[in-house]
Design a protein around this ligand. Sequence first.
Ligand code: HEC
Length: 101
Amino acid sequence: MKILFFVLLLLSHNAFAEPYAKADAVAGKALIEKNCISCHASSYGGDGSAIYTREFHKVSTSKGLVAQVRNCNTMLGLKWFEDEELNAAKYLNNTYYKFAE
Ligand code: HEC
């Protein structure tokens, strides 16, 4: 019984962990550099990263970040798989947003 409780605790904890906890940020960086930077850079200059750090940036939670990456993926017709979306989200979070969960 104790073990069951522990397992449930672990599961419920995972439910609140950042959605891309197990994703690969290095792979995400490569995906973003290939598909996403040029357009942001043409509006925001430099490497385009100011779009993530601008004062009133759109994304404010890790879930919102995944949703935005998904929107851009769909809008651009990139056909990334879900794990690729999560890799990209993790890279953006590690580098710019830094949401704890
Ligand atoms: C064709 C141009 C274009 C491309 C390509 C593009 N984006 Fe965007 N992206 C935008 C624009 C414009 C916004 C700002 C939208 C707004 O302010 O409502 C944006 C906003 C974002 C934001 C939110 C920034 C914030 O305010 O917090 C993220 C995250 C993002 N894009 C990720 C991506 C990813 C990941 C890709 C590659 C799959 C990508 N974008 C490709 C145009 C583009």
